[in-house]
Design a protein around this ligand. Structure first.
Ligand SMILES: CC(C)(COP(=O)(O)OP(=O)(O)OC[C@H]1O[C@@H](n2cnc3c(N)ncnc32)[C@H](O)[C@@H]1OP(=O)(O)O)[C@@H](O)C(=O)NCCC(=O)NCCS
Length: 361
């Protein structure tokens, strides 16, 4: 059984919930972000639900778990709950922060403090799960020193019936936070006034799908054709891939009209080498205007200024002269040829011209 300790950390005090928390709990649970990511909470969430939760929290302690109210300078700021540790000393926690307390490290500080406290109680391993689209929660996990261990596909059902993937994390004693290899863009996007680079989102799936099916793009695509559902799922992974340092997936937009002009990605990120690869495509109406040269320039300058990358590489079909021109104008140099790397639909194979731009160039 876990002791009903009060945990004090920085400006936060964590203590068991009390009846006076019920009103702020209602406000916290009626918030759109909470409704989106906590589909099991009743909706609308009433004072009665909150009072029931406070009453039932005593039982959670008696069952061997823990249920904490997070307070900041005496004001209710959120909740954090722990499932009873299992036979092997493995516990799972979950958190929820009130809208008025978000974005100030409340969840991160409370999660780190509760997991440290659990280690002091003999727990060996603390687990948590976050939805792939819940970027704030994924950030909390990394910042609190948890390590990603895998994904559980279609493990959670949302209120609209859609099944979503969960990312699983665990923290062992001694696990410490690691700075993100790919920080987010300042203000959420990059722009030179002509093009805007914004993270791909579910709303881009239709445009992206049409572009990928266009013959000029298909001719140089190695991936098999995808369905609209595949592409929507891919767009929903953008935040997770970014926050986990795996890749950056961008919609290239016409700054004047906001129209979707294409796609640009930074993938195959290898921190040990300081190397990553770019790949891109434009929709036909936006070709021949220098859009991708601008987009590649913005992304590469950002990457060299904000990440540990030293080499940004690209691979192009030997016949793809439009792509060669983009790379040359963007300061890339030819580095070599992989002979007969790319399989073509007619059964022949094409050479791959390799390009690089170094941090110093
Ligand atoms: C997830 C949640 C608990 C985070 O609480 P919080 O106190 O705001 O978290 P923190 O301030 O410690 O950290 C949030 C991080 O996410 C980032 N973030 C928040 N929203 C983001 C978004 N839409 N895109 C990218 N990053 C985002 C913040 O910038 C911050 O990271 P940073 O310090 O690197 O800038 C809160 O959003 C919440 O209660 N959500 C609803 C319930 C929920 O999702 N619970 C978790 C279920 S697994």
């Amino acid at each position: 059984m876990l002791p009903r300790d009060v945990i004090s950390t920085g400006s936060l005090i964590l203590r068991p919930p009390v009846e006076a928390d019920a009103e702020p709990i209602v406000k916290m649970c009626d918030d759109p972000v909470t409704v989106r990511f906590m589909p099991l909470l009743p909706r609308p969430y009433t004072l009665e639900h909150a009072l029931d939760y406070v009453k039932s929290s005593t039982g959670k302690w008696e069952d061997g778990g823990a249920e904490y109210a997070i307070t900041e300078d005496g004001r209710f700021a959120g909740s954090i709950g722990v499932r009873p540790p299992d036979h092997w000393g493995v516990a799972e926690l979950g958190y929820l922060v009130a809208p008025w307390a978000r974005g100030r490290n409340v969840a991160t500080t409370a999660t780190r403090a509760v997991s440290d406290w659990l280690f002091d109680q003999g727990v060996r391993r603390v687990e948590l799960q976050a939805e792939v689209e819940n970027v704030a929660s994924l950030r909390v996990a990394y910042k609190a020193g948890f390590q990603e261990e895998g994904r559980r596909r279609a493990a959670k059902r949302l209120r609209d019936g859609r099944y979503v993937d969960l990312v699983t994390f665990a923290r062992l004693k001694g696990d410490a936070p690691v700075a993100p290899y790919l920080p987010f863009f300042p203000g959420g996007e990059l722009s030179d006034g002509v093009v805007r680079l914004v993270p791909m989102a579910a709303g881009d799936a239709g445009d992206f799908h049409r572009m990928m099916a266009e013959p000029g793009v298909r001719a140089y695509s190695l991936a098999p054709p995808t369905t609209l559902e595949d592409d929507e799922r891919r767009c929903r992974y953008t935040g997770y891939w970014w926050v986990s340092g795996q890749r950056v997936e961008l919609a290239v937009r016409d700054a004047a009209s906001g129209a979707f002009a294409g796609h640009l990605q930074l993938m195959q990120v290898v921190p040990a080498l300081g190397q990553a690869m770019i790949g891109y495509s434009l929709v036909p109406e936006f070709r021949g205007k220098g859009f991708m040269t601008r987009a590649v320039g913005l992304l590469v300058e950002w990457a060299f200024a904000n990440t540990g990358l030293h080499r940004i590489v690209a691979g192009t079909d030997v016949d793809n002269t439009a792509s060669h021109a983009v790379l040359e104008r963007s300061g890339f140099e030819r580095e070599g040829v992989h002979r007969e790397l790319f399989p073509r639909p007619d059964g022949t194979r094409a050479d791959d011209v390799q390009w690089v731009r170094l941090r110093s160039s």
